[in-house]
Design a protein around this ligand. Structure first.
Ligand code: GAR
Length: 201
């Protein structure tokens, strides 16, 4: 089977993008990154992609009045090369259902909680870790899941858990959760590639 072609969508730091870049550098990893798209021209992840020699495209949502127009340009950027999977990696825009429905079972997201807990609109980045601590959770983690129109409700592919410590702050929790995401995202892609292989056999 040929490698899966990934498009990675980012908005910021891009440490999950980096984890995918590093995974793709392993000779047995069943995927390659064909394009990185950022809605934020300042995203540090754009440097990570360029350093790895990956094509980057910036589509600034602030340049658009309507989400549909913003997404039409994302779609056009995706259409420039074959893409098997879209990987949202800290992409902080909610995609419309018409975009999501164009890519059934082909958009993945990493979310910094044990979904369905602490998901949905408004639950992103540091907000999630704050909410986990405020709720007195003893366990948290990350979820790699398929994207469906309902935010953070798509089928979970895999989760990794970790203990919340009494001394944790949102920042310390974020650090440990993100480290788990870095392992989980490549693992999820390996899983999808092996399922695809089984289907073809
Ligand atoms: C990650 O923790 C990711 O789960 C989260 O943003 C962070 C991005 O970090 N995404 C969401 O909250 C989306 N709902 P990164 O830019 O360093 O990969």
């Amino acid at each position: 089977m040929s490698d899966l072609n990934l498009a990675v969508l980012i908005s910021g730091n891009g440490s999950n993008l980096q984890a995918l870049i590093d995974a793709c550098a392993q000779s047995d990893f069943p995927a390659q990154i064909s394009v990185v798209i950022s809605n934020n021209p300042e995203a540090y992840g754009l440097h990570r992609a360029r350093d790895a020699g990956i094509k980057t495209v910036t589509i600034n949502h602030k340049d658009y009045n309507r989400r549909e127009e913003f997404e039409a340009d994302i779609q056009a950027a995706l259409d420039k090369q074959p893409i098997d999977l879209i990987c949202l990696a800290g992409f902080m825009r909610i995609l419309t259902s018409s975009f999501v429905e164009r890519w059934p079972n082909r958009i993945l997201n990493t979310h910094p909680s044990l979904l369905p807990k602490f998901g949905g609109e408004g639950m992103y980045g540091m907000n999630v870790h704050k909410a986990v601590i405020e709720a007195g959770e003893t366990e948290t983690g990350c979820s790699i899941h398929y994207v469906i129109p309902e935010v953070d409700q798509g089928p979970v592919i895999l989760q990794k858990t970790l203990d919340v410590r009494a001394e944790d702050t949102p920042e310390t929790l974020r650090e440990r959760v993100v480290a788990r995401e870095h392992a989980a995202y490549p693992e999820a892609i390996r899983l999808i590639a092996s399922e695809k292989l089984k289907k073809q056999a």
